[in-house]
Design a protein around this ligand. Structure first.
Ligand code: TRP
Length: 370
């Protein structure tokens, strides 16, 4: 793959993603200043992930907002493929989803697709993925979702609720649709071929329109769902897309939960966080201090800076100062990393406590099959 090429699919993200090109390729809309000001008008706040373009694109978000202003409610839905323990990159869309729930006061469904990861990962058993699903659920709950308005769906457990909806969807998808969207071949297992129907099911679990915050790699599934919706007399799901979170080891590709070293887990100790960032954090700095002072660093490719921008430094003035100091060479890579380490560790300290408490509340959050 040459340097200006990239691939974004639900199962494979590679290369240096050009988000303007991707928006055109996928046929989504960029989040406009009008949409931003409408959200600000409704919520009274200007979320940093919107302001900084971490959420950069959408489908029909304007429709959801216009209807909301007219008094028509919606619900939220997002999910996670439990292929491993939760890492900090996963929290990005969930933190935003939590904010949406709070500001719009709406229900949210969180789907854990233990079946999907079993189908797509040859090294994982169904026991593995179901175990990871419960672990991931704790991280989700720990972010503070409203227990009265939040339900966690685990596919293999909740299949009775999902299947009647999935069947409606599946009847309207033919093999050439999925093949065209995902590049399936005769070797693809039939679980994967059916799977989009299951990821679509929560879109229609309530009799209201849905808004889905999600990584842009998941868009292809919902392109299919949106085509199916009118055929089963349902509203098309609306989407709001976030960028892919870079791996600790460098740009190009998303943070992968299967690569131990490129990943900071939500359960990592302060020492482990420090070691991983210092050892593996991809740096935009120069080869030595002298050169760095002379030429300055490149915050745009530096993963520590990107993590601050995407999640951990929410104060714009502080972020700007770090950007400028690093770029001018005044701040060294070690100093930048130290800032990130401190930020992540103070976040994780609280998160890990809440994660422990979540164990007691887990059953309250799990969708019942009745
Ligand atoms: N397929 C997603 C993943 O691999 C999990 C998922 C299920 C999801 N439903 C979703 C993601 C809805 C976003 C929105 O992570």
């Amino acid at each position: 793959m040459s340097s200006d090429e990239f691939v974004v699919t639900p199962w494979n993200v590679e290369g240096d993603i050009d988000y303007d090109k991707l928006t055109k390729q996928f046929g989504t809309q960029k989040i406009s200043p009008e949409i931003l000001s409408k959200i600000k008008k409704i919520t009274g706040e200007d979320h940093f992930m919107l302001r900084r373009g971490i959420f950069f694109s959408h489908r029909d978000l304007n429709v959801i907002l216009d209807n909301f202003e007219k008094g028509k409610k919606f619900f939220l839905y997002t999910g996670r493929g439990p292929s491993g323990n939760t890492h900090i990159g996963h929290l990005v869309p969930w933190v935003f989803a939590k904010w949406l729930q709070e500001k719009f006061d709406v229900n949210i469904y969180f789907q854990l697709t233990d079946d999907e990861k079993f189908y797509t990962k040859s090294d994982l058993t169904l026991e593995d993925t179901s175990k990871f699903a419960l672990e991931n659920a704790l991280d989700f709950i720990a972010l503070g979702f409203n227990p009265e308005k939040t339900k966690i769906i685990i596919n293999t457990r909740n299949i009775r609720r999902l299947y009647p909806i999935a069947a409606q969807v599946a009847k309207k998808i033919n093999f050439s649709n999925t093949k065209a969207v995902f590049g399936f071949t005769n070797d693809t297992n039939v679980g994967m071929i059916f799977y989009t129907s299951l990821q679509s099911a929560p879109c229609f679990i309530e009799d209201l329109p849905v808004l889905i915050p999600l990584g842009v790699d998941q868009d292809p599934h919902f392109r299919i769902t949106r085509d199916v919706a009118p055929k089963i007399n349902k509203p098309k799901p609306a989407l709001i897309h976030n960028i892919m979170i870079p791996a600790l080891t460098g740009p190009g590709g998303k943070m992968s939960a299967s690569d131990e070293k490129s990943t900071i887990y939500t359960t990592d100790s302060p020492q482990v966080v420090k070691k991983k960032i210092n050892k593996y954090g991809f740096s935009g700095g120069q080869v030595d201090i002298e050169k760095h002072r002379e030429l300055g660093g490149n915050p745009d490719i530096d993963v520590s800076f990107q993590y601050l921008r995407i999640f951990f430094e929410q104060d714009d003035d502080k972020l700007k100062k770090i950007y400028e100091d690093y770029k001018s060479g005044k701040m060294l890579t070690g100093e930048l990393k130290a800032i990130l380490i401190e930020k992540i560790n103070s976040f994780l300290k609280i998160h890990q406590q809440k994660r422990e408490e979540a164990k007691k509340n887990l059953s309250k959050f799990l969708l019942s099959d009745e």
